[in-house]
Ligand binder design. Structure first.
Ligand SMILES: [Ca+2]
Length: 122
């Protein structure tokens, strides 16, 4: 009897947490007011690689050497960094707060490995 009660309780928790997830669709579009940063594999926001609400001071990983566009609807700079063997990481692109970037440009395209989230310029 106790075991059944536990299973019902777990099911209730799972349903409740699913409901919380459904109530937060704002980040899905990664648009104005969402507080999220999104990075995309292709130019013009095709194939999302990352959707993050991480704050300043965080380092956020993304699939290596694929990012081509991004939407930054946070108040921070998202500094696109590349890892260089035996050298310090190199800044590739600065996603400024509240901007969409449909293409990062040839010098930065498919080079970002992670993001350094900062309150001011990269
Ligand atoms: Ca790409």
């Amino acid at each position: 009897m106790r075991r059944i009660y536990l299973q019902v309780a777990i099911a209730a928790i799972l349903i409740a947490s699913a409901g919380v997830g459904a109530a937060l669709p704002a980040s899905a579009a990664c648009g104005s007011g969402s507080g999220h940063f999104c990075a995309y594999k292709n130019s013009n926001y095709g194939t999302k690689l990352l959707d993050s609400g991480a704050g300043a001071g965080n380092q956020v990983d993304v699939a290596d050497d694929q990012v081509s566009s991004g939407k930054n609807w946070t108040g921070n700079h998202w500094c696109g960094m590349t890892n260089v063997v035996f050298l310090p990481p190199d800044l590739v692109f600065d996603f400024a707060p509240s901007t969409n970037v449909s293409y990062v440009g040839n010098p930065a395209n498919d080079r970002i490995d992670w993001f350094d989230v900062k309150t001011s310029n990269c």
